[in-house]
Design a protein around this ligand. Structure first.
Ligand code: DI6
Ligand code: FE
Length: 399
Protein backbone atom coordinates (compact mmCIF):
# COMPACT_ATOMS: atom_id res chain seq x y z
CA UNK A 1 0.00 0.00 0.00
CA UNK A 2 1.42 3.32 -1.03
CA UNK A 3 0.34 6.78 -2.13
CA UNK A 4 2.43 8.74 -4.63
CA UNK A 5 1.43 12.37 -4.13
CA UNK A 6 2.32 15.89 -5.27
CA UNK A 7 2.64 14.81 -8.87
CA UNK A 8 1.28 15.51 -12.36
CA UNK A 9 -0.37 12.45 -13.89
CA UNK A 10 -0.36 11.89 -17.63
CA UNK A 11 -2.98 9.14 -17.38
CA UNK A 12 -3.06 8.72 -21.20
CA UNK A 13 -6.78 7.98 -20.95
CA UNK A 14 -8.63 9.23 -24.00
CA UNK A 15 -10.21 12.46 -22.80
CA UNK A 16 -10.80 16.07 -23.76
CA UNK A 17 -7.67 17.00 -21.78
CA UNK A 18 -4.36 16.42 -23.58
CA UNK A 19 -2.46 13.39 -22.23
CA UNK A 20 -5.42 12.78 -19.85
CA UNK A 21 -3.47 15.18 -17.62
CA UNK A 22 -4.28 15.50 -13.91
CA UNK A 23 -2.43 18.34 -12.14
CA UNK A 24 -1.78 18.06 -8.38
CA UNK A 25 -2.55 14.38 -8.70
CA UNK A 26 -2.01 11.28 -6.61
CA UNK A 27 -1.98 7.53 -7.26
CA UNK A 28 -2.67 4.80 -4.72
CA UNK A 29 -0.91 1.46 -5.31
CA UNK A 30 -1.97 -1.82 -3.75
CA UNK A 31 -0.82 -5.39 -4.47
CA UNK A 32 0.67 -4.62 -7.87
CA UNK A 33 -2.35 -2.70 -9.06
CA UNK A 34 -3.52 0.89 -9.20
CA UNK A 35 -6.18 1.23 -6.49
CA UNK A 36 -7.04 4.86 -7.16
CA UNK A 37 -5.81 7.81 -9.28
CA UNK A 38 -7.01 11.42 -9.50
CA UNK A 39 -6.57 14.92 -8.06
CA UNK A 40 -4.97 14.62 -4.62
CA UNK A 41 -7.71 16.75 -3.02
CA UNK A 42 -10.24 14.06 -4.06
CA UNK A 43 -8.29 11.21 -2.44
CA UNK A 44 -10.88 9.22 -0.43
CA UNK A 45 -10.55 9.40 3.36
CA UNK A 46 -9.97 5.64 3.53
CA UNK A 47 -6.47 6.23 2.08
CA UNK A 48 -5.56 8.83 4.71
CA UNK A 49 -3.33 6.52 6.78
CA UNK A 50 -1.46 4.92 3.83
CA UNK A 51 2.25 5.75 3.58
CA UNK A 52 2.70 8.70 1.19
CA UNK A 53 5.72 9.60 -0.93
CA UNK A 54 5.95 13.23 -2.04
CA UNK A 55 7.15 13.37 -5.65
CA UNK A 56 7.96 17.07 -5.62
CA UNK A 57 5.75 17.85 -8.62
CA UNK A 58 7.30 15.23 -10.91
CA UNK A 59 5.39 13.75 -13.85
CA UNK A 60 4.04 10.18 -13.72
CA UNK A 61 3.14 8.36 -16.93
CA UNK A 62 2.14 4.77 -17.54
CA UNK A 63 5.36 2.73 -17.83
CA UNK A 64 6.49 2.45 -21.44
CA UNK A 65 5.67 -0.58 -23.60
CA UNK A 66 8.03 -1.59 -26.44
CA UNK A 67 5.61 -3.57 -28.62
CA UNK A 68 7.98 -4.66 -31.43
CA UNK A 69 11.52 -5.93 -30.82
CA UNK A 70 13.88 -8.60 -32.11
CA UNK A 71 16.07 -8.07 -29.03
CA UNK A 72 17.25 -11.72 -28.81
CA UNK A 73 19.87 -12.48 -31.49
CA UNK A 74 23.47 -13.61 -31.94
CA UNK A 75 26.34 -11.41 -33.20
CA UNK A 76 25.94 -7.96 -34.71
CA UNK A 77 25.94 -6.39 -38.17
CA UNK A 78 28.37 -3.48 -37.88
CA UNK A 79 30.14 -4.70 -41.06
CA UNK A 80 26.86 -4.59 -42.98
CA UNK A 81 26.37 -1.04 -41.69
CA UNK A 82 29.70 -0.16 -43.31
CA UNK A 83 28.73 -1.86 -46.58
CA UNK A 84 25.45 -0.01 -46.75
CA UNK A 85 27.26 3.27 -46.16
CA UNK A 86 29.49 2.38 -49.12
CA UNK A 87 26.36 2.20 -51.24
CA UNK A 88 24.85 -1.32 -50.97
CA UNK A 89 21.10 -1.32 -50.32
CA UNK A 90 19.43 -3.33 -47.53
CA UNK A 91 17.84 -5.60 -50.13
CA UNK A 92 21.15 -6.12 -52.00
CA UNK A 93 22.87 -7.10 -48.75
CA UNK A 94 20.03 -9.53 -47.96
CA UNK A 95 20.09 -11.09 -51.44
CA UNK A 96 23.88 -11.56 -51.22
CA UNK A 97 23.45 -13.72 -48.10
CA UNK A 98 24.06 -10.94 -45.59
CA UNK A 99 21.24 -9.30 -43.74
CA UNK A 100 18.83 -11.41 -41.70
CA UNK A 101 20.44 -14.65 -42.86
CA UNK A 102 23.86 -13.66 -41.45
CA UNK A 103 22.27 -13.07 -38.04
CA UNK A 104 20.73 -16.55 -38.39
CA UNK A 105 24.22 -18.09 -38.59
CA UNK A 106 25.32 -16.28 -35.42
CA UNK A 107 22.06 -17.09 -33.59
CA UNK A 108 22.24 -20.81 -34.42
CA UNK A 109 25.78 -20.86 -33.01
CA UNK A 110 24.71 -19.28 -29.69
CA UNK A 111 23.54 -21.24 -26.65
CA UNK A 112 20.41 -20.20 -24.75
CA UNK A 113 22.66 -18.75 -22.01
CA UNK A 114 24.56 -16.70 -24.58
CA UNK A 115 21.39 -15.42 -26.20
CA UNK A 116 20.14 -14.29 -22.80
CA UNK A 117 23.40 -12.71 -21.68
CA UNK A 118 23.82 -10.89 -25.03
CA UNK A 119 20.25 -9.56 -24.86
CA UNK A 120 20.25 -8.41 -21.22
CA UNK A 121 22.32 -5.21 -21.70
CA UNK A 122 19.90 -4.18 -24.45
CA UNK A 123 16.92 -5.02 -22.25
CA UNK A 124 18.50 -3.07 -19.39
CA UNK A 125 18.85 -0.01 -21.63
CA UNK A 126 15.10 -0.11 -22.26
CA UNK A 127 14.25 -0.66 -18.58
CA UNK A 128 16.43 2.32 -17.64
CA UNK A 129 14.02 4.46 -19.67
CA UNK A 130 10.89 3.31 -17.86
CA UNK A 131 9.91 0.34 -20.04
CA UNK A 132 8.12 -2.48 -18.16
CA UNK A 133 6.72 -4.53 -21.06
CA UNK A 134 8.74 -5.78 -24.04
CA UNK A 135 7.58 -7.83 -26.98
CA UNK A 136 10.30 -10.21 -28.22
CA UNK A 137 10.21 -12.09 -31.52
CA UNK A 138 11.91 -15.25 -32.71
CA UNK A 139 12.90 -15.36 -36.38
CA UNK A 140 16.68 -15.62 -36.40
CA UNK A 141 16.69 -19.39 -35.91
CA UNK A 142 14.74 -20.53 -38.97
CA UNK A 143 15.18 -24.12 -37.84
CA UNK A 144 12.95 -25.77 -35.28
CA UNK A 145 15.54 -26.05 -32.53
CA UNK A 146 16.82 -22.48 -32.74
CA UNK A 147 13.37 -20.88 -33.05
CA UNK A 148 12.42 -22.63 -29.81
CA UNK A 149 15.72 -21.66 -28.17
CA UNK A 150 15.13 -17.98 -28.98
CA UNK A 151 11.66 -18.11 -27.44
CA UNK A 152 12.96 -19.87 -24.32
CA UNK A 153 15.62 -17.15 -24.04
CA UNK A 154 12.89 -14.52 -24.34
CA UNK A 155 10.83 -16.13 -21.57
CA UNK A 156 13.95 -16.30 -19.40
CA UNK A 157 14.51 -12.57 -19.77
CA UNK A 158 11.09 -12.12 -18.17
CA UNK A 159 12.27 -14.17 -15.18
CA UNK A 160 15.72 -12.59 -14.87
CA UNK A 161 14.55 -8.99 -15.02
CA UNK A 162 11.56 -7.09 -13.59
CA UNK A 163 9.79 -6.85 -16.95
CA UNK A 164 6.75 -8.38 -18.60
CA UNK A 165 7.78 -10.22 -21.80
CA UNK A 166 5.31 -11.02 -24.59
CA UNK A 167 6.67 -13.39 -27.23
CA UNK A 168 5.89 -13.53 -30.95
CA UNK A 169 6.75 -16.50 -33.14
CA UNK A 170 8.37 -15.13 -36.32
CA UNK A 171 9.39 -18.32 -38.13
CA UNK A 172 8.25 -16.68 -41.39
CA UNK A 173 10.94 -13.97 -41.15
CA UNK A 174 13.31 -15.05 -43.93
CA UNK A 175 14.03 -18.10 -46.06
CA UNK A 176 17.21 -19.77 -44.70
CA UNK A 177 20.04 -20.63 -47.13
CA UNK A 178 19.23 -24.36 -47.08
CA UNK A 179 15.73 -23.61 -48.43
CA UNK A 180 16.79 -21.02 -51.03
CA UNK A 181 14.05 -20.73 -53.70
CA UNK A 182 11.95 -23.28 -51.74
CA UNK A 183 9.99 -20.97 -49.45
CA UNK A 184 6.88 -23.18 -49.52
CA UNK A 185 8.87 -26.21 -48.42
CA UNK A 186 10.37 -24.11 -45.60
CA UNK A 187 6.88 -23.16 -44.41
CA UNK A 188 5.73 -26.82 -44.47
CA UNK A 189 8.81 -28.49 -43.06
CA UNK A 190 10.12 -25.95 -40.55
CA UNK A 191 7.88 -22.97 -39.88
CA UNK A 192 4.57 -24.72 -39.20
CA UNK A 193 6.03 -27.61 -37.15
CA UNK A 194 8.15 -25.14 -35.13
CA UNK A 195 5.08 -23.00 -34.43
CA UNK A 196 3.06 -25.97 -33.22
CA UNK A 197 5.89 -27.22 -31.01
CA UNK A 198 6.56 -23.78 -29.57
CA UNK A 199 2.86 -23.23 -28.87
CA UNK A 200 2.63 -26.64 -27.16
CA UNK A 201 5.52 -25.60 -24.92
CA UNK A 202 3.68 -22.38 -24.01
CA UNK A 203 6.32 -20.22 -25.66
CA UNK A 204 4.09 -18.20 -28.00
CA UNK A 205 1.79 -15.25 -27.25
CA UNK A 206 1.29 -14.17 -30.89
CA UNK A 207 2.31 -15.12 -34.44
CA UNK A 208 4.14 -12.72 -36.76
CA UNK A 209 5.54 -12.87 -40.31
CA UNK A 210 7.49 -10.77 -42.82
CA UNK A 211 5.46 -10.23 -45.98
CA UNK A 212 7.93 -8.86 -48.51
CA UNK A 213 9.72 -9.63 -51.78
CA UNK A 214 12.85 -10.71 -49.86
CA UNK A 215 10.79 -12.86 -47.47
CA UNK A 216 7.29 -14.41 -47.90
CA UNK A 217 4.34 -13.66 -50.17
CA UNK A 218 0.78 -13.21 -48.87
CA UNK A 219 -0.24 -16.79 -49.77
CA UNK A 220 2.65 -18.18 -47.71
CA UNK A 221 1.88 -15.85 -44.80
CA UNK A 222 -1.76 -16.91 -44.94
CA UNK A 223 -0.75 -20.54 -44.36
CA UNK A 224 1.03 -19.46 -41.17
CA UNK A 225 -2.01 -17.42 -40.08
CA UNK A 226 -4.28 -20.45 -40.63
CA UNK A 227 -2.11 -22.49 -38.26
CA UNK A 228 -2.18 -19.63 -35.73
CA UNK A 229 -5.98 -19.67 -35.95
CA UNK A 230 -6.09 -23.40 -35.23
CA UNK A 231 -3.78 -22.87 -32.24
CA UNK A 232 -5.95 -19.98 -30.99
CA UNK A 233 -3.12 -17.44 -31.24
CA UNK A 234 -3.50 -13.81 -32.38
CA UNK A 235 -1.53 -12.65 -35.43
CA UNK A 236 0.40 -9.56 -36.49
CA UNK A 237 2.54 -8.82 -39.55
CA UNK A 238 5.61 -6.95 -40.85
CA UNK A 239 3.88 -5.45 -43.88
CA UNK A 240 4.44 -2.87 -46.58
CA UNK A 241 7.96 -2.08 -45.27
CA UNK A 242 9.77 -2.05 -48.62
CA UNK A 243 6.89 -2.48 -51.10
CA UNK A 244 3.08 -2.83 -51.16
CA UNK A 245 2.20 -6.54 -51.41
CA UNK A 246 -1.17 -6.26 -49.66
CA UNK A 247 0.05 -7.90 -46.46
CA UNK A 248 -1.80 -5.41 -44.28
CA UNK A 249 -5.18 -6.22 -45.81
CA UNK A 250 -4.45 -9.93 -45.31
CA UNK A 251 -3.50 -9.32 -41.67
CA UNK A 252 -6.67 -7.27 -41.15
CA UNK A 253 -8.77 -10.14 -42.54
CA UNK A 254 -7.31 -12.34 -39.81
CA UNK A 255 -8.16 -9.73 -37.17
CA UNK A 256 -4.46 -8.93 -36.60
CA UNK A 257 -3.49 -7.12 -33.40
CA UNK A 258 -1.12 -4.98 -35.46
CA UNK A 259 0.46 -4.39 -38.84
CA UNK A 260 3.98 -3.02 -38.53
CA UNK A 261 6.30 -0.71 -40.55
CA UNK A 262 3.75 0.34 -43.26
CA UNK A 263 5.85 2.87 -45.21
CA UNK A 264 4.35 1.64 -48.52
CA UNK A 265 0.78 1.18 -47.22
CA UNK A 266 -1.97 2.36 -49.59
CA UNK A 267 -5.58 3.43 -49.13
CA UNK A 268 -7.03 -0.12 -49.28
CA UNK A 269 -4.79 -1.32 -46.49
CA UNK A 270 -5.67 1.68 -44.32
CA UNK A 271 -9.41 1.06 -44.81
CA UNK A 272 -8.92 -2.62 -43.93
CA UNK A 273 -7.08 -1.71 -40.71
CA UNK A 274 -9.75 0.77 -39.67
CA UNK A 275 -12.40 -1.89 -40.24
CA UNK A 276 -10.63 -4.61 -38.23
CA UNK A 277 -9.32 -2.39 -35.42
CA UNK A 278 -5.72 -3.34 -36.21
CA UNK A 279 -3.03 -1.10 -34.66
CA UNK A 280 -0.42 0.51 -36.95
CA UNK A 281 3.00 -0.01 -35.33
CA UNK A 282 5.38 2.60 -36.73
CA UNK A 283 9.11 1.97 -36.47
CA UNK A 284 11.12 5.15 -37.05
CA UNK A 285 14.40 3.46 -36.06
CA UNK A 286 14.23 1.24 -39.17
CA UNK A 287 13.12 4.16 -41.35
CA UNK A 288 16.12 6.15 -40.12
CA UNK A 289 18.69 3.33 -40.32
CA UNK A 290 17.68 2.35 -43.86
CA UNK A 291 17.63 6.02 -44.84
CA UNK A 292 14.13 5.37 -46.17
CA UNK A 293 12.47 8.30 -47.90
CA UNK A 294 8.93 6.93 -48.23
CA UNK A 295 7.06 8.07 -45.12
CA UNK A 296 4.35 5.92 -43.55
CA UNK A 297 0.92 7.46 -44.30
CA UNK A 298 0.51 9.02 -40.85
CA UNK A 299 -2.10 11.63 -41.80
CA UNK A 300 -4.23 9.09 -43.66
CA UNK A 301 -4.01 6.65 -40.71
CA UNK A 302 -5.01 9.48 -38.37
CA UNK A 303 -7.92 10.50 -40.62
CA UNK A 304 -9.12 6.89 -40.74
CA UNK A 305 -8.95 6.59 -36.94
CA UNK A 306 -6.33 3.81 -37.00
CA UNK A 307 -4.49 3.78 -33.65
CA UNK A 308 -0.72 4.27 -34.03
CA UNK A 309 1.94 2.71 -31.79
CA UNK A 310 5.68 3.42 -31.75
CA UNK A 311 8.36 0.80 -31.06
CA UNK A 312 12.12 0.39 -31.32
CA UNK A 313 12.14 -2.65 -33.68
CA UNK A 314 15.43 -3.34 -31.83
CA UNK A 315 17.33 -5.69 -34.19
CA UNK A 316 20.92 -6.01 -35.42
CA UNK A 317 20.24 -4.98 -39.03
CA UNK A 318 17.63 -2.36 -39.73
CA UNK A 319 17.24 -0.83 -36.26
CA UNK A 320 20.04 -1.31 -33.71
CA UNK A 321 18.07 0.94 -31.36
CA UNK A 322 17.60 0.45 -27.63
CA UNK A 323 15.89 3.74 -26.78
CA UNK A 324 12.12 3.99 -26.93
CA UNK A 325 12.37 7.68 -26.01
CA UNK A 326 14.51 8.24 -29.10
CA UNK A 327 11.97 6.30 -31.19
CA UNK A 328 9.30 8.70 -29.86
CA UNK A 329 11.44 11.70 -30.78
CA UNK A 330 12.00 10.29 -34.28
CA UNK A 331 8.27 9.63 -34.66
CA UNK A 332 7.68 13.34 -34.10
CA UNK A 333 10.54 14.77 -36.13
CA UNK A 334 10.56 12.26 -39.00
CA UNK A 335 6.89 11.17 -39.13
CA UNK A 336 5.27 14.39 -37.87
CA UNK A 337 3.41 12.68 -35.07
CA UNK A 338 2.56 14.88 -32.11
CA UNK A 339 4.37 14.34 -28.77
CA UNK A 340 1.00 13.24 -27.35
CA UNK A 341 0.55 10.67 -30.14
CA UNK A 342 4.13 9.47 -29.56
CA UNK A 343 3.56 8.97 -25.82
CA UNK A 344 0.19 7.26 -26.40
CA UNK A 345 1.97 5.15 -29.02
CA UNK A 346 4.52 3.95 -26.47
CA UNK A 347 1.93 3.36 -23.71
CA UNK A 348 -1.82 2.85 -24.29
CA UNK A 349 -1.69 2.00 -28.00
CA UNK A 350 1.42 -0.18 -27.61
CA UNK A 351 -0.46 -2.19 -24.96
CA UNK A 352 -3.38 -2.50 -27.37
CA UNK A 353 -0.99 -3.77 -30.07
CA UNK A 354 -0.03 -6.58 -27.68
CA UNK A 355 -3.62 -7.34 -26.69
CA UNK A 356 -2.91 -6.28 -23.09
CA UNK A 357 -5.95 -4.88 -21.34
CA UNK A 358 -4.21 -4.19 -18.03
CA UNK A 359 -1.37 -1.86 -19.10
CA UNK A 360 -0.76 1.46 -20.82
CA UNK A 361 -2.91 3.88 -18.82
CA UNK A 362 -3.11 5.17 -15.26
CA UNK A 363 -6.51 4.13 -13.91
CA UNK A 364 -7.88 2.01 -11.07
CA UNK A 365 -7.59 -1.71 -11.74
CA UNK A 366 -4.59 -1.54 -14.10
CA UNK A 367 -1.17 -2.97 -13.23
CA UNK A 368 0.87 -0.48 -11.26
CA UNK A 369 3.51 -0.19 -13.96
CA UNK A 370 4.51 3.46 -13.83
CA UNK A 371 7.34 5.76 -14.90
CA UNK A 372 8.22 8.79 -12.79
CA UNK A 373 10.10 11.50 -14.68
CA UNK A 374 12.21 14.53 -13.82
CA UNK A 375 10.17 16.66 -16.19
CA UNK A 376 7.21 18.93 -15.63
CA UNK A 377 5.42 18.58 -18.97
CA UNK A 378 4.79 15.36 -20.92
CA UNK A 379 5.93 16.88 -24.25
CA UNK A 380 9.49 16.95 -22.82
CA UNK A 381 9.67 13.15 -23.17
CA UNK A 382 9.56 13.16 -26.99
CA UNK A 383 11.31 16.53 -27.30
CA UNK A 384 14.73 15.60 -25.96
CA UNK A 385 17.29 13.73 -28.06
CA UNK A 386 19.45 11.19 -26.26
CA UNK A 387 18.66 12.31 -22.72
CA UNK A 388 17.02 10.07 -20.15
CA UNK A 389 14.97 11.99 -17.56
CA UNK A 390 13.68 8.90 -15.72
CA UNK A 391 13.51 9.36 -11.94
CA UNK A 392 12.12 5.94 -11.07
CA UNK A 393 10.38 2.98 -12.68
CA UNK A 394 7.69 1.01 -10.87
CA UNK A 395 6.99 -2.54 -12.07
CA UNK A 396 3.94 -4.29 -10.62
CA UNK A 397 4.08 -1.93 -7.65
CA UNK A 398 7.79 -2.40 -6.92
CA UNK A 399 10.57 0.05 -7.78
N1 DI6 B 1 11.93 -6.05 -40.85
C1 DI6 B 1 12.86 -5.45 -40.13
O1 DI6 B 1 13.06 -4.27 -40.13
C2 DI6 B 1 13.55 -6.44 -39.31
N2 DI6 B 1 12.87 -7.62 -39.65
C3 DI6 B 1 11.95 -7.35 -40.54
O2 DI6 B 1 11.20 -8.20 -40.99
C4 DI6 B 1 14.99 -6.48 -39.73
C5 DI6 B 1 15.66 -7.75 -39.46
C6 DI6 B 1 17.12 -7.72 -39.81
O3 DI6 B 1 17.58 -7.00 -40.73
O4 DI6 B 1 17.85 -8.47 -39.13
FE1 FE C 1 10.68 -5.98 -37.01
Amino acid sequence: MQILGNTTLATMLPSTVSYGLVKNGAVALREGKIAWAGPETDLPASYADWPREDLGGRLITPALVDCHTHIVFGGNRAREFELRLEGASYEEVARAGGGIVSTVTATRAASEDELVSDALPRVDALLAEGVTTIEIKSGYGLDIETELRMLRAARRIGRERPVQVRTSFLGAHAVPAEYKNRADAYIDEICLPALTEAADEGLVDAVDGFCEGIAFNPAQIERVFKRAEILGLPVKLHAEQLSDLGGTALAARYGALSADHLEYLGADGIAAMAESGTVAVLLPGAFYTLRETQLPPVQALRDAGVPMAIATDCNPGSSPLTSLLLAMNMACTLFRMTPEEALAGATRIAAQALGLADAGTIEAGKRSDLAIWNVSEPAELAYRIGFNPLHKRIFAGTS
